[in-house]
Design a protein around this ligand. Structure first.
Ligand code: IPE
Ligand code: IPE
Ligand code: MG
Length: 255
């Protein structure tokens, strides 16, 4: 039996994978531990999956690490998560750089603690010229916040006469999102058996293939990633067309 990795068609990889890293708290509770222990273990999964994506040659990996709504969690959990973020970025910057990985952040950074923002900015600056995997961390992010910000900017530009409201198309609109320079994800993975989007990339996921697994995030490893990619490759992406049309398009590009 071929390994999962060997079964992946490297000519049809998703260029952008987005992941809702969920289940840290339950994973820890099931082991009789504190929720923060789960977040701590979750960092190991981040390392493993970033490495896995870089090895495969994936273009973009977006990780949902902290939502706008997560600010409403108990104070000690929020503080622990922010501390873990600062420590992890500090520790991993050199490895990211060595592996030619470029860090990006999307979200409302104005809500983040100053030391976290400064650590993130340092890492973004250090990795700015890298040309390998684009690692996008969604922090203090929510899609409705992002969409409202986009609407606000368009309205301001229209008011200032810089943009004609009649010219706003979906393609123009996307340039006002935090993800303006990234392609849309083709594959979205959510761990821990929850079947929802939780305010993540609502605009960008319009035609993404969704993959849900029961595996809690701290247990998610490269093999699980390969399984998700294989599942993605088994699907027919029709974009509103018929299966016959898609078949013809594939024939045309192959001939
Ligand atoms: C995901 O795990 C990490 C964050 C949201 C920061 P959770 O902390 O949501 O874990 P569960 O869903 O409660 O198990
Ligand atoms: C979504 O997970 C946010 C992140 C993984 C960062 P949550 O655990 O916060 O989502 P809900 O509350 O179950 O929808
Ligand atoms: Mg959760």
């Amino acid at each position: 039996m071929q390994s999962l990795k060997a079964q992946i068609d490297t000519n049809r990889l998703p260029n952008h994978i987005a992941i809702i890293m969920d289940g840290n708290g339950r994973w820890a509770k099931e082991k009789g531990q504190d929720r923060l222990f789960g977040h701590f273990q979750g960092v190991e999964s981040v390392r493993n999956i970033v490495e896995g994506c870089a090895e495969l040659g994936i273009g973009y990996l977006t990780l949902y690490a902290f939502s706008t709504e997560n600010w409403g969690r108990p104070q000690d959990e929020v503080a622990g998560l922010m501390e873990l973020l600062v420590q992890t970025i500090r520790k991993e910057t050199e490895t990211l750089n060595r592996n030619n990985i470029k860090l990006h952040v999307i979200g409302n950074l104005g809500m983040m603690p100053a030391d976290a923002v400064s650590e993130l900015n340092d890492c973004i600056a250090i990795t700015a010229n890298n040309t390998g995997l684009n690692l996008v961390m969604a922090l203090s992010y929510s899609s409705r916040w992002e969409l409202a910000e986009a609407a606000k900017r368009i309205a301001e530009e229209a008011k200032a006469g810089k943009i004609d409201p009649g010219s706003v198309t979906p393609d123009i609109f996307r340039h006002y999102l935090c993800t303006a320079t990234f392609p849309d994800p083709e594959l979205m993975i959510r761990t821990s058996g929850e079947y929802r989007i939780s305010n993540f990339l609502l605009y960008q996921l319009a035609y993404a293939e969704l993959y849900f697994t029961e595996v809690r995030w701290p247990d998610f490893r490269k093999e699980n990633l390969y399984a998700a990619i294989l599942d993605y490759q088994s699907r027919e992406r029709r974009f509103g067309k018929t299966s016959e049309q898609i078949g013809q398009e594939i024939n045309l590009t192959e001939n």
